[in-house]
Design a protein around this ligand. Structure first.
Ligand code: SAH
Length: 396
């Protein structure tokens, strides 16, 4: 079969030489052979030097994603077995025993661009988000099965916007094995959680916040406000750590229903919780006007910015909720605040939150800088993979 290749414009090979896995459409000078979405192509510099081997994507701004920078390495079923095997070996170092929910494959950072695999006990949930991942879906599914022989089923949740940018329709359903139950239960460091892998956000749960939901002494005896609570995570942990009362806030009735069920599952008394189905932006204002305050305020909003272009608007959103959050935090209390907008760098987020605290006439001291859990690795070759940043602040 004739080799297919894409050639880069002069001067556009720099990022690949630094092992960044993306070739942007504007960097491509020309193509040869059969270049169609998903197909593996050789990537050459303008002078014809071999740079990498990757998946072509005809529709995406990201015209190719590199599978390998090793010239001798073929991209075939064995390649995917090796890569997924390496992912598992790395997870063994960072996922504590007793934790049944973790990310096995984190796309670009794991050398498998566009491929996400989350594990919930004996169920794996996959997302194939690029033309290349889509092309190799069967090999990837088999590789996951082989890496984890104890799995009962593999389910697909390729229903994110990223697929559209690759010219792919959403796709969900069973890939292999048994249908997962309506709700499956996982344990996260002593906390039992029900997860809806079919309809839940992402692949069902926010595994990336696992370490930030860890045990903290400051929850003991505290009144806690958990904003954007989803299925309850942070608030359940706070209650388990002896919080006096936890207010769980989300705009989604389904999320709150699951939060309630999760409290019961962990034998946490009903009286320990209040559930508010509300828009956080409005509720925080209402609480401010009522003069309410809390010992711990948690703000974990959805992504406000997808790209740099939305950053200014996103910054205003973060400033707004953090200003209100700081006002509602009692003197001597804790504000835990997050951004999962990749474009919002840790530095910038800290500035925005600092401005918000000042406007609320509060000093803020950084107790901990927080990030995505290490089973969502950040490759230094791919800084874009850093998307979750957080601050645990003490407000005197
Ligand atoms: N903290 C959670 C994850 C939060 S995800 C965890 O640890 O699992 C963001 C949540 O914000 C979603 O559940 C979504 O329903 C909710 N949400 C989005 N916009 C909202 C708004 N304006 N007011 C309240 N909740 C909102």
């Amino acid at each position: 079969m004739k080799e297919s290749w894409i050639k880069l414009k002069k001067g556009r090979e720099r990022s690949l030489l630094r092992r960044h896995p993306w070739v942007m459409s504007g960097a491509v000078e020309g193509t040869s052979g059969e270049v169609e979405s998903g197909r593996t192509v050789e990537i050459l510099s303008s002078s014809g030097e071999w740079l990498g081997r990757g998946a072509y994507s005809a529709e995406s701004q990201i015209r190719a994603r590199v599978w390998t920078f090793e010239r001798e390495e073929a991209v075939d079923a064995a390649f995917f077995r090796r890569r997924v095997g390496a992912c598992l070996a790395r997870r063994r170092c960072v996922v504590p025993s007793g934790t049944e929910g973790y990310r096995l494959v984190h796309g670009e950072a794991d050398g498998l661009p566009g491929c996400i695999v989350d594990i919930y006990g004996d169920v794996a949930v996959c997302q194939f988000l690029s033309a290349g991942a889509e092309h190799w879906r069967e090999e990837l599914t088999s590789a996951v099965r082989e890496a984890l022989p104890s799995l009962c089923g593999i389910y697909e949740r390729s229903d994110t916007e990223a697929r559209g940018r690759e010219g792919l329709a959403p796709r969900c359903g069973l890939l292999w094995g048994k249908e997962p139950p309506e709700l499956l239960t996982i344990h996260e460091d002593g906390l039992a959680l029900q997860v809806d892998v079919r309809r839940g956000h992402k692949t069902g749960y926010y595994l990336d916040q696992r370490e930030n939901r860890a045990v903290r002494d400051f929850y003991r005896g505290a009144e806690v406000l958990n904003c954007f609570c989803y299925t309850g995570g942070f608030g359940l942990r706070a209650a388990q750590c002896g919080a006096k009362h936890v207010t769980q806030v989300d705009i989604s009735a389904n999320a709150l229903e699951l939060a309630r069920r999760n409290a019961a599952l962990n034998h946490l008394p009903d009286e320990q919780f209040t559930y508010e189905k509300a828009d956080v932006f409005q509720l925080l204002r209402k609480f401010r006007d009522m003069g309410r305050s809390f010992d711990v305020v948690i703000l974990d909003p959805p992504k406000f910015a997808d790209t740099h272009f939305q950053l200014e608007k996103a910054a205003r959103g973060y400033k707004d909720i953090n200003l209100l959050g700081a006002k509602l935090t009692r003197p001597g209390g804790i504000l835990m605040t997050y951004s999962c907008s990749g474009a919002m760098t840790p530095d910038l987020f800290q500035k925005v939150v600092g401005d918000a605290a000042r406007d609320a006439h509060r000093d803020a001291f950084l107790l901990r800088e927080l990030a995505q859990a290490p089973d969502h690795p950040i490759s230094l070759n791919f800084p874009e993979g850093r998307y979750l940043t957080g601050l645990e602040l003490f407000l005197p």
